[in-house]
Each structure stands twice: as structure tokens, then as C-alpha cells.
Design a protein around this ligand. Structure first.
Ligand code: AMP
Length: 384
């Protein structure tokens, strides 16, 4: 039997208070929901928009009880939350996605093992917990690879590229992680991603695959839709569908892929929440990824994922700010009538910090995005 939905008027508890929680709060407000944000940090972007806030560490026992008492249903905006906290939250309130789905996606070792068990194509990988295991893995890989920490890795953090000829003892000593995976280095043509949602009734809806381009290992541009064949489009959606079904997942998930020559797609990683590569959906789709997350988490029917027009999302990183607390000249962006500016309300610009994004709609969106990016970068701090 499908569980009873949480109708507008209910309180959504959100673990995390960053920009993803902020954008979720905006949609929640529009749809008549209340939001309770639990953030471990001060001045978190979502706190300006939520109805209530808990500003305490994620292992605080009182915070867990406050959160589970006040929320009708809970979700997360990031996955690096202690497993014990996820379990304690799930014991007190409906948590969607489940603690185990969030925890699996938060740990590269568990995530890749899950993919292998499900026979879902991904890069070859070896679990490494000491220098001997690294040496053996490098020998078996016999070529270039990427060493990644098992936990707390995102935006290229906790990663090191290996040629395969390095001394494993030295590499392991320098890497300073208790556990890691060694992945084969994938020569890809492009990187793709898909946002997919599943509700408690098992209804699944997928947004069109998009192409992602990175700058300094951080998402730079998302191009929607990705210029790929119908066959690849369907393949990416079929893989994402298999993943959410295998988890019995409820919520929204971002699935990232490598596209290799010859039309082979491999899963890179999954995000058990809205994803930066789905931000264009706010302005370019019938339903945004945040509304879709709400619908899935609250047990409502899912919305249409139709892309209304081609779109390109440009991330605004701190290196585009002329000074730490001096914002860019926004007329650079606002002079384009089909560009939607989104700012996250972060006070200080740090080079790699995600400060906002712009979605360019319609014709020549990519050229317009590149042009404005160049102008913002020319006036900005730059990456030191
Ligand atoms: P991740 O944090 O795992 O998403 O990695 C960040 C970026 O590093 C990816 O978007 C890729 O551009 C690159 N990368 C990660 N893993 C690999 C790999 N196995 N082979 C080639 N490039 C990779």
C-alpha cells in the first residue's frame, strides 16, 4: 500500500543549509509547505528562506530530537552526514531517501560496490586500505588511474591522478586517507548527467540527459539537452532507472556518466539529492528539480520533466568576484533578457565557492554563456 502523502502545510525537515536547501525552501514556500533547516554551519544560505532553523552540529542529541519532533517528513541536501545521525533521524521521522541510500552514495567504496553488484557499467576499481593493496591494484590496473578517498570526496577533492609508474608506498603515505579506491582513468568524450526522481508509489520520471563541462574540477557549464543520439539518451535514462529501482529509492538523484568513444557510457557517481547539473530545470523545465524532490519526498505525483527550450547553466564561482566582498557588475548578466540570475546570498567570495548560477535560455545559449563567463572572469579575482 502506498503511504499517505504529506500535503501542503506539512513541515519538511532538511538536513543541510547550503544553496540546494535554499532553492528547495523557495519551491516549498511556493507550494505552501513549511521548512525546517538543520545546518551545522553559521550563515548558511538556506537560513534566510526557511521557516525555522537548527544551528547545531550533526551529532547533537538535542538537535536530533528537535528536528524529528518538528518535521513531518525529512530529506537531505548533502550526503556527508554521519550514518548514526541519519539512522537516528529515520527512527523519529520519515526520511526520504533512506539512510542507507544516502550513506551508500556518500562513500565511493560502497557506491562503486553497489554498481558492480547491480551489473551497472562503471570504471574498473580496487578497494585500497594500505600501501601493499595499492601496489597490487596499480599492478593489476597496469595503466593510469585516479586514487579517490572513500569518504568526503566531491568536486575533485580527495583525488589524485596516477600515471601508474609511481611508488605505491610514497603515494599512500602522501594520500593520508584511511580507505580509498583506485579507479582506472577513463578517456572520455564528454561527461553527462541525468536527474531522476522516484516517489513512494514507484513512479519514476527522468529529466533529459545534459552535458557537463568542468573548470578546475568544479562544474562550469551544463548544456541541456546533451547533444547525444536517441539511443544514448535512452541508455542513460535506463541505467538511472535501474539505480533508483535497485535502491527502492524515494527522492531525486543525480547520476553522472562518462561518455567514451564508441558510445559507451559508464556511471561515475550518484548524488542522492538535487544536483548542480539540474539547476537549469528551474527556468527551463515544466517542473524544477527542487519541486520534483518535494513531490517525491512528500509522496505526491511527480511533475512533468519536459524541457521547454534549450538551456545552458553557468556556475558563478568566487573567482568571478572582483573582490572578496565586491560583487561583479551584474549588468554584464542582466543585459541578456533571456538569462536568469540566481545568487545564493553568500557574503564572502572565495575562489572556488559556488556563489550563484545563470541560466541562459533559447538560441545561442552556449555562445552567450561563454561570452558572459569570459567577461566575468576578466573582471574577477581569478584562481590563484
Ligand atoms: P568526481 O568527484 O569523482 O566526480 O570527479 C571529479 C571529476 O574528475 C570528474 O567529473 C571527472 O572530470 C574527473 N574524473 C573522476 N574520475 C575519473 C576517472 N576514473 N577517469 C577520468 N576522469 C575522472
Amino acid at each position: 500500500m502506498t503511504p499517505t502523502p504529506f500535503p501542503p502545510g506539512s513541515t519538511i525537515g532538511i538536513l543541510g543549509g547550503g544553496q540546494l536547501a535554499r532553492m528547495l525552501c523557495m519551491e516549498a514556500k511556493r507550494m505552501g509547505y513549511r521548512t525546517l533547516v538543520w545546518t551545522g554551519g553559521l550563515e548558511a544560505p538556506a537560513t534566510a528562506l526557511c521557516d525555522a532553523v537548527i544551528e547545531l552540529p550533526f551529532d547533537d542529541v538535542i538537535a536530533i530530537s528537535q528536528f524529528t519532533t518538528a518535521a513531518d517528513v525529512a530529506t537531505a541536501e548533502f550526503e556527508n552526514i554521519p550514518r548514526a545521525t541519519l539512522d537516528a533521524v529515520a527512527a523519529g521521522v520519515t526520511l526520504r531517501p533512506s539512510a542507507s541510500a544516502i550513506a551508500t552514495c556518500a562513500n565511493r567504496e560502497q557506491e562503486k560496490t553497489f554498481l558492480r553488484e547491480q551489473n551497472i557499467p562503471c570504471a574498473p576499481f580496487w578497494i585500497v586500505t594500505n600501501a601493499e593493496e595499492l601496489a597490487r591494484a596499480m599492478q593489476e590496473l597496469n595503466g593510469p588511474g585516479v586514487l579517490k578517498t572513500s569518504a568526503f570526496g566531491y568536486d575533485g577533492k580527495g583525488q589524485r591522478k596516477l600515471l601508474g609508474t609511481e611508488n605505491a608506498i610514497v603515494v599512500w603515505e602522501e594520500f593520508q586517507a584511511p580507505r580509498a579506491i583506485l579507479e582506472g582513468f577513463i578517456t572520455f568524450q564528454s561527461e553527462l548527467s541525468v536527474m531522476i526522481a522516484r516517489n513512494p508509489a514507484g513512479e519514476v520520471r527522468c529529466f533529459d540527459p545534459v552535458e557537463n563541462q568542468h573548470r578546475h574540477h568544479i562544474l562550469d557549464l551544463t548544456i541541456a539537452p546533451a547533444a547525444i543520439s536517441l539511443e544514448l539518451h535512452q541508455q542513460a535514462i535506463a541505467i538511472a532507472t535501474r539505480i533508483v529501482s535497485a535502491f527502492d529509492y524515494v527522492g531525486i538523484m543525480g547520476v553522472e556518466f562518462f561518455l567514451q568513444a564508441g558510445g559507451i557510457i559508464l556511471v561515475n557517481e550518484m548524488a542522492p539529492r538535487p544536483h548542480n547539473s539540474g539547476h537549469h530545470t528551474i527556468d527551463a523545465c515544466e517542473t524544477s528539480q527542487f519541486e520534483q524532490q518535494l513531490r517525491a519526498v512528500c509522496g505526491l505525483p511527480l511533475g512533468s520533466t519536459k524541457l521547454l527550450c534549450p538551456a545552458v547553466m553557468l556556475n558563478l564561482l568566487g573567482d568571478m568576484w572582483p573582490g572578496i566582498d565586491q560583487a561583479p557588475d551584474w549588468s554584464i548578466v542582466l543585459s541578456d533578457p533571456s538569462a536568469a540570475l540566481h545568487l545564493y546570498g553568500k557574503k564572502r567570495a572565495i575562489e572556488r565557492r559556488k556563489m550563484g548560477h545563470v541560466t541562459f535560455l533559447g538560441t545561442q545559449a552556449h555562445d552567450r554563456a561563454e561570452n558572459i563567463k569570459a567577461r566575468l572572469l576578466a573582471a574577477g579575482l581569478g584562481l590563484r
